[in-house]
Design a binder for this molecule. Structure first.
Ligand code: DHE
Length: 646
C-alpha cells in the first residue's frame, strides 16, 4: 500500500455535503428539462421530438471534459449562448470538414487550436444535443453532478488506479508536469462530469481515452472522478534499510559465465517490453526467434544496456530494477532490487574504466536517486533530491525523469522534472554525490545525446521547450521553444543536406516535428535553432528514431485518435515526410528501434490482444515479419542501446 487513508472521512463528509447541496438543483433541472423536451419541436427523438434529457446526458458524459455551460472557458469555449442552429448542426455532424470549410470554423480553430473529435453522432443525437443547448440557454448554467461517496475500499482502489494510470503524467500530488495540474481545486472546478468525460474520451491535448479504450470501466471512472476532488493522500518514504532488504542476488558474479554461452550474435539481441505482463522477451535480432522471457517489475517501462552490452537493466513502474545476463545460455535474471516506489529511469556507468561497474535508478517517488553495484545490484547510496524549483518554489515532489551516462567523465546526467534542474552525479566519488545542479527549464522529461555525445538534448515538455546541456562544461547551453509538449524519446541524430547534423523532437500536442541544428562546431549559425518544421497528419507523437544506415527518420502518432496506427517516414535527403503508412492492426503503433546494422526496424503494435512486434526492412520499409505479443511497448537493441545510437 502506497498511501494512507486519512482523508477518507473528510472526503466522505465533503461528498455528503456536496450531495445535499446540489441534489435538489439537479432534480429541479432534470424535471424542468423533461418539460423542455415536451416543448422541443425538432425532428429527433422518440415521436419525432428531440429529447433534451438524452442531449444533456450525452453532453455531460462526453463534452464536459472540454466545455462548460456557464462556468467559463476550458479546452474549448463555454457553450452558453454560442449555439447557432444550422452551423452547430453541421459542426456536430462533421467537425473536421466544418472547421476547414467555414470561415467561422477557421476562426474557431485559430482561437482554440484543437479540433473537436468526431463522435460519429446520429441525426437524432445531434437534434437532442441541440435541443439541450437551446434549453440550457433559457435556464442558465449547468448544475454540477456531486462526486460519488467512496467507501474505504473504493478510496483505496481509486488511489491505486490514480497511481497506476495518472500519476506518471500528473504527479502523485497532482501538481502536473506532462499533463496539467489536477489538484483538488482545479478538479472540483472541472467537476464530476468533466473529469468523467476526460477519463472516458480523452482530450486533444494528449490525455488518453481510458474509457473508450476499455482501460477504465465506468465504475473506475466514477471512483477516480470522486477521488480527484479530495486532497491527495500522503506517500511514504523508502529508506535505505528497506532498499537493502529488497535486494536479491540470484546468481553471484563468480557463478556467471566468463564468455558468452551462445553461438548467436548476442549484440544484436532485442529486449522487448511486455508491459502489462511485467516481462521482458529477449529476441535474436538475426532470425527473430524468442530465446527467453523473464519476469521483471510491474508495468515495466524501459530497458537500458550496460556499457559492454552484456547486461540489460529493466525498470518497472514499481521501482524494481532487474539485471538480465545475456551471456547465459538462456538469458536470465541474476539480481533484483527495489530503490523507489515509483520509477521510470535507470542507467549504467559508461566512462572508460568504469564500464558495467555502477548503476543509478532515478525515482518518481520518493524524490531520490539510488546507486548500486552494477554487477550485483547491491545498494550503495541513496541521495535525496533538492526540493526547490529553479524559480525558488518549494516542491512537494521532484521526479527523476531521463538519465544518460556520459562517455566524457564518470558522471550521469539526471533530469529532475518538477524542479527544472539537470544534475551531474559523479559516480567516481564516495556517496555518488550530485556535484553540479544546472538550472534549465521546468518539467524536464525525456531526451538523449547528440551524435558526439557531448550535448544532452532534453524536453521540458510542459514548458514547450528543448533544453541543451553541455556535459563537458557541465552547464546550460541554451533552451528554445518548439511545439506543444515535445516528446522526443531519446531523439534522432542525422545529417541534413542543408543544416548539417540535426536532432529533432515530435510533440504530443502539435502535429509536426521540430528539427533543430545540433552541430555547434560545423554549423554554428544553425546550432540549437529550429531549422525545419515537418508537418504530420496528426499530433499525439511519442517517439522519433533513426539509424546511421537508414535513409529514414521514423515518427509515431500513438496518442492521436485518428492516426495512431500509422508511422510517418521522413526522408533524410529531402527533410520532408515521404509517406505515412499503417503499421498497427490491432492497437496503436508505438516506438521504433533498428537492429544493430540498421537493416531492419521493429515497431510495436500495442494492444492487449492481437498486437505484437512488426518488423520492417530498414530501407524499403516493407513488412518482413510480425511477431504476436501481448501489450508490447518499448524494445531495445543491445548494440544501439549500449552505444546510444538513435
Ligand atoms: Fe515513458 C521513456 C516517463 C508513459 C514508453 N518515459 C521514458 C522516460 C521517462 C518516461 C522519464 C525516459 C527514461 C530515460 O531515458 O531514462 N512515460 C513516462 C511517464 O511519466 C509517462 C508519461 C506516464 C507514466 O505513467 O509512465 C510515460 N511511456 C509511457 C507510455 O504510456 C509508454 C508509451 C508505454 C508504457 O510503458 O506504458 C511509454 N517511455 C516509453 C518508452 C521509453 C520511455 C518505450 C524509452 C524510449 C527510448 O527509446 O529510450
Amino acid at each position: 500500500m502506497l498511501f494512507g487513508t486519512k482523508s477518507i472521512v473528510k472526503g466522505a463528509a465533503l461528498c455528503l455535503f456536496t450531495t445535499l447541496l446540489i441534489l435538489p438543483m439537479v432534480l429541479n433541472s432534470v424535471s424542468a428539462r423533461q418539460s423542455g423536451a415536451m416543448r422541443g419541436g425538432g425532428k429527433g427523438g422518440p415521436g419525432g421530438r428531440p429529447d433534451v434529457v438524452a442531449g444533456e446526458a450525452f453532453f455531460r458524459a462526453n463534452c464536459t471534459g472540454c466545455h462548460t455551460f456557464g462556468h467559463g472557458d476550458h479546452l474549448g469555449p463555454d457553450l452558453t449562448n454560442r449555439h447557432r442552429a444550422g452551423w452547430s448542426w453541421r459542426f456536430l455532424r462533421d467537425p473536421a470538414d466544418t472547421l476547414v470549410r467555414t470561415r467561422y470554423g477557421q476562426r474557431l480553430l485559430a482561437t482554440w487550436g484543437y479540433q473537436m473529435p468526431d463522435f460519429n453522432l446520429t441525426e437524432e443525437q445531434i437534434d437532442n444535443i441541440q435541443a439541450f443547448l437551446s434549453y440550457q440557454d433559457e435556464i442558465g448554467p449547468l448544475s454540477f453532478t456531486p462526486p460519488a461517496i467512496l467507501s474505504e475500499v473504493e478510496f483505496e482502489e481509486a488511489r491505486d488506479l490514480y497511481f497506476n494510470r495518472c500519476a506518471g503524467c500528473h504527479g502523485l500530488y497532482r501538481t502536473g508536469a506532462t499533463g496539467p495540474d489536477i489538484g483538488e481545486e482545479r478538479a472540483t472546478w472541472i467537476g464530476t462530469d468533466g473529469l468523467g468525460a476526460i477519463l472516458r474520451v480523452g482530450t486533444p491535448r494528449g490525455m488518453p481515452d481510458f474509457g473508450q479504450s476499455n482501460i477504465l470501466s465506468e465504475n473506475d471512472i466514477t471512483k477516480l472522478a470522486s477521488f480527484l476532488q479530495d486532497p491527495p493522500p500522503e506517500a511514504p518514504d523508502l529508506p535505505m534499510s528497506e532498499i537493502q532488504a529488497s535486494w536479491e542476488l540470484m546468481v553471484p558474479v563468480a557463478d556467471r559465465p566468463a564468455t558468452p554461452q551462445t553461438a548467436r550474435d548476442w549484440e544484436n539481441f532485442f529486449g522487448v517490453v511486455l508491459r502489462d505482463a511485467g516481462k521482458i522477451a529477449i529476441f535474436d535480432g538475426d532470425n527473430h526467434e524468442e530465446i527467453s522471457r523473464v519476469d521483471v517489475g510491474f508495468a515495466v517501462h524501459i530497458l537500458r544496456s550496460s556499457a559492454s552490452g552484456r547486461y540489460f537493466y529493466a525498470i518497472g513502474r514499481d521501482g524494481v530494477v532487474t539485471l538480465i545476463d545475456l551471456w547465459a545460455s538462456t538469458p536470465n535474471v541474476v539480481a533484483r532490487v527495489k530503490g523507489c516506489h515509483d520509477a521510470r529511469s535507470v542507467d549504467g556507468s559508461k566512462f572508460v574504466g568504469y564500464e558495467d561497474e555502477y548503476l543509478i535508478e532515478g525515482c518518481y517517488w520518493p524524490p531520490q536517486y539510488v546507486t548500486f553495484d552494477g554487477l550485483t545490484l547491491e545498494p550503495h547510496n541513496r541521495v535525496d533530491l533538492p526540493m526547490t524549483s529553479i524559480d525558488g518554489e518549494p516542491l512537494l515532489e521532484n521526479r527523476v525523469a531521463a538519465i544518460v551516462a556520459s562517455d566524457f567523465a564518470p558522471v550521469w546526467v539526471v533530469n529532475q522534472k518538477e524542479s527544472g534542474y539537470v544534475g551531474i552525479v559523479d559516480y567516481s566519488q564516495p556517496g555518488a554525490p550530485m556535484v553540479v545542479n544546472i538550472a534549465t527549464e521546468r518539467f524536464l522529461h525525456d531526451g538523449g545525446w547528440d551524435h558526439t555525445k557531448r550535448y544532452f538534448m532534453t524536453a521540458a515538455n510542459a514548458s514547450n521547450k528543448m533544453v541543451i546541456v553541455d556535459a563537458v562544461t557541465q552547464s546550460l547551453v541554451t533552451s528554445f521553444e518548439v511545439g506543444d509538449v515535445p516528446h522526443p524519446g531519446r531523439g534522432a541524430n542525422w545529417l541534413d543536406p542543408d543544416y548539417g547534423w540535426v536532432n529533432a523532437t515530435p510533440h504530443i500536442g502539435s502535429p509536426f516535428v521540430s528539427v533543430y541544428g545540433a552541430d555547434p562546431v560545423g554549423n554554428p549559425e544553425n546550432a540549437w535553432k529550429v531549422v525545419r518544421q515537418i508537418v504530420l497528419p496528426a499530433a499525439g507523437s511519442l517517439f522519433i528514431k533513426t539509424h546511421p544506415n537508414s535513409p529514414w527518420v521514423l515518427v509515431d502518432m500513438t496518442l492521436s485518435s485518428t492516426n495512431d496506427k500509422q508511422i510517418c517516414a521522413i526522408s533524410k535527403a529531402t527533410g520532408t515526410v515521404d509517406h505515412c503508412f499503417d503499421v498497427a492492426i490491432a492497437g496503436k503503433a508505438v516506438h521504433m528501434e533498428f537492429n544493430s546494422d540498421g537493416s531492419e526496424v521493429w515497431i510495436s503494435d500495442w494492444a492487449s490482444e492481437g498486437g505484437g512486434q512488426v518488423i520492417l526492412d530498414g530501407t524499403t520499409l516493407n513488412e518482413i515479419n510480425r511477431i504476436s505479443l501481448p501489450a508490447t511497448t518499448g524494445k531495445f537493441n543491445v548494440t544501439n542501446t549500449a552505444n546510444d545510437v538513435y
